[in-house]
Design a protein around this ligand. Structure first.
Ligand SMILES: Cc1ncc(C[n+]2csc(CCOP(=O)(O)OP(=O)(O)O)c2C)c(N)n1
Ligand SMILES: [Mg+2]
Length: 977
């Protein structure tokens, strides 16, 4: 019985809960005593239960279906509005009675049954129609016949085909024959487009799609001009690839051949988007068809592309390392019907899908720049391969971000170039779902599967998708079923692995030829027109090819627009003026730590804020959090934007920041930093979703677009940042050299050995230092709040932008000696790349150190261990030991270090001390720099002695006692070795 019941639940899931339970009740009655239910219901249940195959199928379900069918409680607006939800049959009956007052009771009962069955069938088509759609241009997919789409399943027979059925405007019709209904349903849901949208729970969105695609007059219709435009785009798409294949035989281009319909679809999005208020389109895409998009959508000059194919960028100078041609970005203005749209393609690495969050971050920054609160003006388009979309986790991370306050960008239009293969791997090995698009359902995005060999259908999907995005500001997916004409790249032999598929592909007539023939047949153009258009484009290609031979571009599209005030700046002194006026510190500090009257802050938070005010009053004991809020607050006060994003960053993982405070009665959140002045820059402090790669990529994207906002990403603990390693390696550390795009992104990575075990100790300093070269990034490890303050302010106040990695402290947030004084923040001060011991240790009653020339040992270190060494030195009364902190690890401050070390001309030992194991931390990076400095100084000893943990596979011990013993041993050794 349960199988039948499942079937009923499923086919009736459009009903409200009460209706469903009514049917359930009926069915229960029917099972126990069939004679007790009205005839109409009995026949209906009989009709369903007779079909044992269906019943069996529903027990196991298709592989991707949830194992247990749940009763859907959603409300189909059509049904909800058109029928009284309490009792569907009754309601239909009443309506039919009203329409046909003279009909007999029997007739009305029969009509009612027909209406209910028809509506159930319509519902089934909306849900499952895509399974019977004609999607595969190769027609290799064995379509599974969905019996729910068979009218017989609902008790209809051949005799019913011409029967007039009351629909009450469902499908936009009051009455229709079964034949008409099936015609509409098959055309809408089972032709060259398979719509998947019934998973969406928002009734408005669902009914919007229904009304956009269903009905008698909703056939796909393009004007003659529209058809010719589509044809033209196909001529260019196909002609371009064929030309490259001819001129550069076997050269990698990752051709679009087999998915040429993508080009008119992209054009349609820009055109329709432009008409609906879009001013900018941001595109992220992989290798496949990239060159085609560059030339035919972004309109990158053909001669430039040909030049790059010849292995020459055609650029006079630049000092960049460059990237392969199918990774490069570009931008241009496009005009459609008088609407100007700026279109840009973001450069990307090989790592498939990694560019997605970057594009989204760029989009958000652009929307902020345009003050586009509605998120109407900037549309992101992400293109995907079928295998990558299904396989890469970052895709899900981006969907997860799509609806969040801190990362919403008003919806992305996704296009999957579904060539039904990934390199050599077939879908059954690359995904566990019928389509590559399943992951999009996590945000209930509508999905349009479409046959790539029907360019009108593809263009139509692009149009509806754009309208949906602009209307609802949500993600939407177009899944273009197509094929890959050649191997993965043009040197590959695809028949090694897919002999059947490629036999079929070999004989496949191209989309262009099929469409050309169609238009000729319907009289839109003549054969001669068609041939001439193709020839014209060939001529253009030939001319551009010739022109490419002498093509030289002096223009570097670097530092233009909002970036024009910046330079690439190498080898410059990086101190800068970052201190602020003492009065300003006091007034800002007060605002940053005031709680509005009537706001019921938690009493501990009030105390923390009061304590910060005390720092301002006394000018002493400024801690880390105070330094940070002063830095960010002053940056905003100067008109720059601030965007700090991370997991639990508002409060701060270590409960120190409290950038936003919560009213204990109302729960309302208040950010003092957002309430400084009317002219301050925008401040966003955001608790992010629990993702690293997605969020870091997003923030990097934001920083690429907006150099006037200080963008900071904070890892919960530094080690978690390795989940975002691709973003660091492929974008942050190398992006400027590869693609001439600068970023001033700041990474805050909590680091420090405090006995918390292998996973909460190390931010893996060594990884970042290993990536350092050509002044690509800056790496700092500050030991004082003031130095942190200056590092942050320096980042926004210089005429260049470079990513900044800061290893941030944990225990130092509350360390009694890790404090600064108000003077340290003022104009007399700036960021110190190297710090020696401070005389002020006298104030802690510590032993006075010997004069510089009597110093026998210099311990060099970086970060928190400095305070541990100071304690050990005090304990051992080692007053001939100086400690020098390297606060900036890269670019390595060799000159400054030499200046510091030159003070200790009689020192015989130079020791490097770190708390990380020897194969980790700074050692491998600093050793050669320090040795070189000692050599330069002609120091008494030119060798640096290592003290620290022994090499280790795991970053830290999990046992606190062991940790403490190790820590003690390290610092003692540093002083005594
Ligand atoms: C993260 C990542 N892993 C592996 C690869 C190597 N690779 C390049 S293309 C490709 C197949 C991609 O298939 P699909 O996403 O379907 O795109 P198509 O080439 O078919 O257009 C693979 C595995 C890569 N580029 N990036
Ligand atoms: Mg593929």
């Amino acid at each position: 019985m349960s199988a039948y019941k499942n079937k009923i639940f499923q086919t009736t899931s459009f009903l409200s809960k009460s209706n469903s339970s009514y049917i359930e009740e009926m069915y229960e009655k029917f099972c126990n005593s069939p004679d007790d239910v009205p005839d109409s219901w009995r026949q209906y249940f009989d009709g369903i239960t007779d079909n044992h195959d269906i019943a069996k199928k529903e027990i196991s379900g298709v592989s991707w279906a949830p194992k247990k069918m749940k009763l859907s409680s959603d409300i189909d607006p059509d049904v909800y509005e058109k029928f009284i939800p309490q009792n569907l049959t009754y309601s239909v009956e009443q309506k039919i009675k009203k329409e046909n007052p003279t009909s007999s009771t029997l007739d009305i009962e029969s009509s009612t049954k027909d209406s209910v069955r028809a509506i159930m069938m319509i519902r089934a088509y909306r849900i499952r129609g895509h399974l019977n759609a004609d999607l595969d241009p190769l027609q290799l997919i064995q379509k599974e016949y969905a019996s729910e789409l068979d009218p017989k399943t609902y008790g209809f027979s051949e005799d019913d085909f011409n029967k007039k059925i009351f629909l009450d405007e469902v499908l936009g019709l009051k009455y229709a024959t079964l034949k008409e209904i099936l015609e509409i349903l098959n055309r809408t849901y089972c032709s060259n487009i398979g719509f998947e949208f019934m998973h969406m729970t928002d009734p408005n969105e669902k009914s919007w799609i229904q009304s956009r695609i269903e009905g008698k007059d909703k056939e796909i219709h393009f004007t003659e001009r529209g058809k010719k435009a589509i044809l033209n785009r196909l001529i260019e798409a196909e002609g371009f690839e064929k030309y490259l294949a001819k001129k550069y035989v076997g050269t990698k281009r990752f051709g679009l051949d087999g998915c040429e319909s993508l080009i008119p679809a992209m054009e349609q999005i820009i055109k329709r988007g432009g008409a609906l208020g879009c001013k900018e389109v941001k595109i992220g895409m992989p290798h496949r068809g990239r060159l085609n998009i560059l030339t035919n959508v972004i309109q990158k000059p053909l001669k430039k592309i040909f030049k790059e194919f010849a292995g020459d960028p055609g650029i006079a100078s630049g000092g960049v390392s460059g990237d392969v041609k199918y990774h490069l970005g570009a931008s241009a203005n496009r005009e459609f019907d008088g609407n100007l749209v700026h279109v840009s393609l973001t450069a990307n690495p090989s790592h498939l899908e990694a560019v997605n969050p970057v594009v989204l971050g760029q989009t958000r920054a652009k929307q902020d720049y345009h003050k586009d609160k509605e998120r109407n003006k900037v549309i992101p388009i992400l293109l995907h391969g079928d295998a990558a979309f299904a396989g890469q986790g970052i895709v899900a991370e981006c969907f997860a971000m799509s609806g969040l306050t801190g990362h919403n960008i008003g919806g992305t239009i996704h296009i999957i170039v579904n060539n039904q293969i990934g390199f050599t791997t077939q879908p059954e090995f690359s995904r566990s779902s019928p389509y590559p698009s399943e992951v999009a359902k996590m945000v209930q995005a509508p999905i349009f599967h479409v046959n790539g060999d029907d360019p009108e259908a593809v263009t139509y999907c692009a149009k509806v998708a754009t309208e949906f995005r602009q209307e609802f500001k949500r993600d939407v997916v177009i899944d273009i079923f197509c094929y890959r004409k050649f191997g993965h790249n043009e040197g590959d032999e695809p028949s090694f692995t897919q002999p059947i598929m490629y036999k079929k592909i070999k004989d496949q007539v191209s989309t262009l030829e099929k469409y050309g023939k169609k238009l000729i047949k319907e009289g839109t153009l003549t054969e001669q027109d068609f041939e001439e258009q193709k020839k014209d484009y060939q001529k253009k290609l030939d001319e551009e090819f010739e022109a490419s031979k002498n093509y030289k571009s002096n223009e570097y599209d670097w530092f233009t627009g909002v970036w024009s005030k910046f330079t690439s700046e190498l080898g410059q002194d990086r101190r800068g003026v970052t201190g602020i006026d003492i009065e300003k510190i006091k007034s800002l500090g007060r605002k940053l730590n005031s709680i509005p009257t009537n706001f019921k802050a938690h009493k501990t938070i009030s105390r923390i804020f009061e304590n910060r005010i005390k720092m301002l009053d006394t000018g002493k004991d400024f801690d880390w959090a105070m330094a940070e809020t002063l830095a960010l607050g002053s940056i905003s006060d100067e008109g720059y934007g601030v965007r700090l994003v991370g997991q639990d960053s508002v409060r701060g993982t270590f409960s120190h920041r409290h950038a936003g405070i919560n009213d204990q009665v109302t729960g309302q959140r208040y950010f003092p930093i957002q309430n400084l002045s009317a002219n301050q820059g925008k401040v966003e402090i955001i608790d992010s979703l629990l993702s690293e790669m997605g969020v870091l990529g997003f923030e990097y994207g934001y920083s690429l677009t907006d150099p006037d906002t200080l963008v900071l990403w904070e890892a919960q603990f530094g080690d978690f940042a390795n989940g975002a390693q691709v973003i660091f390696d492929q974008f942050i550390s190398s992006g400027e050299k590869k693609w001439t795009r600068a970023s001033g992104l700041v990474l805050l990575l909590p680091h420090g050995y405090e006995g918390q075990g292998p996973e909460h100790s190390s931010a893996r300093i060594e990884r970042y230092l290993q990536a350092c070269a050509q002044e690509n990034i800056q790496v700092v490890n500050c030991t004082t709040p003031a130095n942190y303050f200056h590092a942050l302010r320096r980042q926004i106040h210089r005429p260049f932008r470079k990513p900044l990695v800061i290893f941030t402290p944990k225990s130092l947030l509350r360390h009694k000696r890790c404090i600064s004084e108000i003077e340290d923040f003022t104009k007399d001060n700036s960021f110190h790349r190297v710090l020696s011991d401070k005389a002020e240790y006298k104030k802690y009653n510590m032993i006075p150190l010997e004069k510089d020339e009597k110093i026998e040992r210099v311990i060099l270190c970086s970060g928190k261990i400095y305070y541990d060494i100071v304690d050990a030195r005090e304990k051992l009364k080692a007053n001939k030991v100086q400690i020098v902190r390297i606060e900036q690890l890269y670019p390595f401050p060799a000159k400054t270090l030499a200046r510091h070390l030159s003070r200790f001309s009689n020192a015989k030992k130079f020791v490097w001390c770190q708390e990380e194991p020897q194969n980790m931390g700074c050692w491998n990076h600093v050793e050669r720099y320090i040795a070189r400095t000692l050599d330069y100084l002609k120091a008494k000893s030119k060798k640096v002695i290592y003290t620290g943990r022994s090499p280790s596979a795991s970053p830290a011990t999990g046992y606190l006692k062991k940790h403490l013993a190790q820590q003690q041993e390290i610092v003692t050794k540093a002083i005594t070795i």
